[in-house]
Design a protein around this ligand. Structure first.
Ligand code: SAM
Length: 310
């Protein structure tokens, strides 16, 4: 099937899709493939769920799609149909012959064998997606490394339009959490610094083979061109955020004191906090991104003035 024939049959799904319970089981059995729990191998077998994921990525033929962990290719074939090019990074060598077979009908798919955490993604992007107008990451992520993968994508400042991923529901809720609740933490601040998160769907266990024992959700992260707050020292900003949530039962002042100040400097810290309009008795989980930015800029000036580490 060439690209035009595929789209003529159906733009989204077709009766020969990989993501049906019977076809997935047949492919796995025919190849004698044993799923590895340690690699987070829970394959999608529900075409409606795939439609939701692919729709959320807002792809067209001018776009590239990067998938992390194609498995046997259920999502990859959707990306091949909807995007101009799909690149899928898979760590498990045993899946390569299967992918070669299931994705044979598509000439716009490349499979890269490797560990996504070790790949030079910036160099890969330049090579894989040259000439395309924008790129999305679309994936049903291996849950055991969700946060390292997303932080790697965001910190590399790749030229991404959006990231649409299936992840553990609890992690999705933490990413999208607003200040004041127990889900709000350093992950929420980091993700919201780089992106605008939006929960797309809560996902039942029944869409996977085998069924995971945690709840899942699809989240869309629209990648910001510039962060919502300007900070003088980004590394210090993230350091302050980490320190503020280090012990959630402690006040902000106590957490910051143990990380940035010598004993006996409580007064200096309290003056600094009050100077940027933050009560020292507050807890980290109540601070907005703007407040963390004000705080880290003031702390940076204080540390430089005190001949501190920055
Ligand atoms: N996309 C497929 C689907 O939805 O049916 C499979 C998703 S499965 C949850 C996660 C996939 O990520 C598996 O194929 C697994 O082998 C792969 N994987 C796990 N760790 C990886 C890593 N570090 N780098 C690349 N792929 C990885």
């Amino acid at each position: 099937m060439n690209e035009q024939e595929g789209r003529a049959m159906s733009p989204v799904s077709s009766s020969s899709d990989i993501a049906t319970p019977s076809r997935t089981k047949e492919i796995i059995a025919r190849h004698g493939f044993q799923l590895k729990k340690s690699l987070g191998q829970n394959f999608l077998i529900d075409r409606n769920m795939l439609n939701k994921i692919v729709d959320a990525a807002e792809l067209d033929k001018s776009c590239g799609a990067l998938e992390i962990g194609p498995g046997i290719g259920a999502l990859t074939e959707r990306l091949a149909r909807e995007a101009g090019k799909a690149v899928a990074v898979e760590i498990d060598q045993r899946l390569l012959p299967i992918l070669h077979e299931t994705l044979a009908p598509y000439d716009n798919v490349s499979i890269v064998h490797g560990d996504v955490l070790k790949l030079d993604l910036a160099a890969g992007f330049a090579e894989w997606f040259a000439g395309l107008s924008r790129v999305s990451v679309v994936a049903n992520l291996p849950y055991y490394i969700t946060t390292p993968i997303l932080m790697k994508l965001l910190e590399a400042r790749l030229p991404l339009a959006n990231i649409v991923v299936m992840i553990q529901k609890e992690v999705a809720e933490r990413m999208a959490a607003r200040p004041g609740g127990k889900e709000y933490g350093s992950l929420s601040v980091a993700v919201q610094y780089y992106c605008e998160p939006e929960l797309v769907a809560i996902v039942p266990h029944t869409v996977f083979v085998p069924q995971p024992n945690v709840d899942s959700a699809v989240i869309r992260l629209r990648v910001r061109r510039t962060p919502p707050v300007a900070v003088e020292d980004e590394a210090l900003f993230f350091d302050v955020v980490q320190a503020s949530f280090a012990q959630r039962r402690k006040t902000l002042a106590n957490n910051l004191l143990s990380r940035f100040f010598a004993k006996g400097q409580r007064e200096a810290l309290e003056t600094l906090l009050q100077g940027v309009g933050i009560e020292p008795s507050r807890r980290g989980e109540t601070l907005s991104l703007e407040e963390f930015a004000r705080l880290s800029d003031a702390l940076g000036r204080h540390l430089r003035g005190a001949g501190g580490e920055r």
